[in-house]
Design a protein around this ligand. Structure first.
Ligand code: BDR
Ligand code: CA
Length: 312
């Protein structure tokens, strides 16, 4: 049985990724850890608890973590996900409570308890992971794998011309994670667009299943749909976090993945949060590959699996 930690700044697409994991019988979610990002920490934690409650399957503990990025003030994405991160539909009334303890302590504790077994899926800024690495770098080398929704991949940024949101919020943390020696797979924003985005018919199909968690998955993405209409002039939902979860759950949806040396820009203000994905060096011994970056997925297979999982 795979042992997972999901580290999330729970906004609308994070909630769908959580529902997917909660409905996947082949994994154990050892913990959900929350971080400020899409919304501040308290709201992100409430939203994670809500995703658990609406799914009515596994009930993993939720630990709150970092309130603030390592060095910068927090920037949220409430313009995309709504003030409450869940489309402002009045959906958030969880009765569950946070587990006691700090997310960073729990991450370290779990890796210590299960060396070389824990896989971490990061779908928000990686402040918690960086803090764990800074506090216990040797322990964290025993993380089996990190799947990270981060970077523009091989495309542009979505928050600045060159930076993707999760990295932009805490670029210093991302660079620490990249240099940690842990095996990392990066799912960039570029591959959730185009035919990997869910169109109107697919959205209606998920909603019409009537499954509470499937209806919730669509309802909480209402402001994302409006945002996409404004930004891309297309009625669709692009789901970066569910795609990262899908890559972690189903490696056969990956068509092409390339080793790269990734470097996070943290100094030049206009480039802050850009991740340079260097796949080109030939035997340069001063740099090493520090991540696998997904270049192409089978969109049809990916969407069919997500639809099946949400609606069954
Ligand atoms: C990422 O930023 C957030 O808005 C989403 O939840 C996703 O994790 C996409 O850039
Ligand atoms: Ca997220």
């Amino acid at each position: 049985m795979r042992r997972l930690i999901i580290d999330t700044d729970t906004g609308s697409d994070d909630a769908v990724a959580l529902i997917m994991a909660l409905k996947s019988p082949e994994i154990t979610i050892e913990a959900i850890t929350t971080v400020s990002g899409n919304v501040p920490l308290i709201q992100a934690s409430q939203n994670a608890l809500m995703a658990i409650e609406v799914t009515k399957r596994a009930t993993p503990p939720v630990y709150a973590g970092a309130n603030q990025p390592l060095k910068r003030p927090l920037m949220t994405a409430r313009d995309v996900h709504g003030q409450d991160g869940m489309g402002d539909q009045g959906l958030i009334h969880p009765t569950g409570r946070l587990a006691e303890g700090d997310a960073v302590d729990k991450i370290i504790e779990l890796v210590e308890r299960y060396p070389d077994e824990i896989e971490i899926i990061t779908i928000g800024p990686v402040t918690n992971i960086a803090k764990a690495i800074l506090r216990a770098s040797e322990v964290m080398k025993r993380v089996k794998h990190i799947y990270a929704m981060a970077t523009g991949g091989f495309g542009p940024g979505n928050i600045t011309p060159v930076a993707e949101f999760n990295v932009y919020v805490d670029a210093e943390a991302f660079e620490i994670m990249l240099n940690s020696g842990i095996d990392i797979t990066i799912v960039g924003f570029d591959i959730c667009l185009g035919d990997a985005a869910f169109d109107k018919e697919e959205i209606e199909h998920i909603r019409n299943s009537g499954k509470p968690e499937a209806v919730f998955a669509i309802e909480c993405n209402r402001s994302k749909i409006d945002w996409n209409l404004k930004r891309y002039n297309r009625y669709c939902i692009n789901w970066p976090d569910p795609l990262a979860m899908a890559v972690a759950l189903w490696e056969d949806i990956v068509v092409e993945s390339v080793p790269a040396h990734c470097y996070t820009c943290t100094i030049e203000e206009p480039a802050y949060g850009q991740v340079i994905v260097d796949t080109s060096f030939f035997g340069n011994k001063t740099k090493a590959f520090n991540a696998q970056v997904i270049r192409r997925i089978d969109s049809a297979k990916y969407k069919a699996r997500v639809i099946d999982l949400l609606t069954k």
